[in-house]
Design a protein around this ligand. Sequence first.
Ligand SMILES: NC(=O)c1ccc[n+]([C@@H]2O[C@H](COP(=O)([O-])OP(=O)(O)OC[C@H]3O[C@@H](n4cnc5c(N)ncnc54)[C@H](O)[C@@H]3O)[C@@H](O)[C@H]2O)c1
Ligand SMILES: CC(C)[C@H](C(=O)O)[C@@H](O)C(=O)O
Ligand SMILES: [Mg+2]
Length: 370
Amino acid sequence: MEKRIAILPGDGVGKEVSRGAVTILQAVAELFNHKFHFTYGEIGGAAIDEFGTPLPEHTLDLCKGSDAVLLGAVGGPKWDVMPGHIRPEKGLLKIRKELGLYANVRPVQYYSSISGISPLRKEVVEGADMVVVRELTGGLYFGKPSERSFKKGEASVVDTLYYQKNEMERVIRYAFELAAMRKGKVTSVDKANVLESSRMWRETAEEVAKDFPAVQLEHMLVDNAAMQLIKNPRQFDVLVTENMFGDILSDEASVLTGSLGMLPSASVSLTGPYLYEPIHGSAPDIAGMNAANPIAMILSAAMMLRLSFGLEEEAEAIENAVQQVLDAGSRTRDIAVFGTPFLTTEGMVEEIKAALLDNEAILNIMSAYA
Ligand SMILES: NC(=O)c1ccc[n+]([C@@H]2O[C@H](COP(=O)([O-])OP(=O)(O)OC[C@H]3O[C@@H](n4cnc5c(N)ncnc54)[C@H](O)[C@@H]3O)[C@@H](O)[C@H]2O)c1
Ligand SMILES: CC(C)[C@H](C(=O)O)[C@@H](O)C(=O)O
Ligand SMILES: [Mg+2]
């Protein structure tokens, strides 16, 4: 198979983890005899520095002309003080809007070999397996009016939570389709006791549910959902929710796995290429230190192979390699028990690559950690 993949490393650890994902994809191409053409584009702070805008036209064109897009992360303190309120994050919001990426799919998978890393008790997190489906091109992030150019000292400010019904309908439908292939339950998360938009969200969920008689629908208020996620995470299958609620709940859900560095995502559209990115940010506190966990990015690449290219076996090969190195005891700092040895970003990528290319290699890793 021959595919064009746009790589947008972005800022901070985004650059380090996307290098890792490309290494793994090259190994997959070699192993399974595919041709992946990687073309690099700028986004976020890196694009501001070079072109004065967080999403240059040529980056957008590159993405539109590719079969899939892999994105690292954007942002960092360097650009928090930019004049004219040019923010790296605006590039991310714009690419999501321009590519029509209406649903952001964030699987939260429990790995038994690193269960000790979560601050939650093993009995609570064991077996947790859910997907957060986050609406991605509407809601509070995109509603107008919005005073994105708030200036210090102003006495009032406005952000707007706006949705058209069809924007709710398509993402909720996606969640139901996903649940029908999984455990058959959708938890629709809203704030219907306060927000009018949430009342429409609830009504829409009820309407979509009629087309999926085998899928159970429950409604949950977002504040309760935040609590239930860490109290009893096994109750969840697919959660579907507004843009900002989904942003917050998915970072929270990463605590079940032990680290933000473990959670991949896929953003799907009705027409153009899908975009894949870890859910974490540019991690300025560890950027440039070869310390980031590349697994979220590598698992995002696996999601790309499965969802965009239909390469199920290849996706599974990556996921199995990740599972194997974790089972064998390989750790980056974020998932290492305090005081125990850990690998660099590159070290982890090399071990995953070795596991992918040669199952024998994993035995050597295991003996090294024994
Ligand atoms: N999709 C994106 O591009 C994205 C997502 C979130 C935040 N951001 C941006 O990133 C910048 C920093 O934001 P933040 O600090 O709130 O969130 P962050 O996700 O960058 O980091 C939060 C914490 O998680 C850790 N972490 C994140 N990814 C990790 C990884 N792969 N391995 C190990 N540890 C990891 C960081 O070290 C930090 O302690 C901001 O500018 C923010 O806007 C971008
Ligand atoms: C950087 C920011 C705009 C972004 C978001 O809120 O969508 C991030 O937190 C994410 O989760 O991808
Ligand atoms: Mg986020």
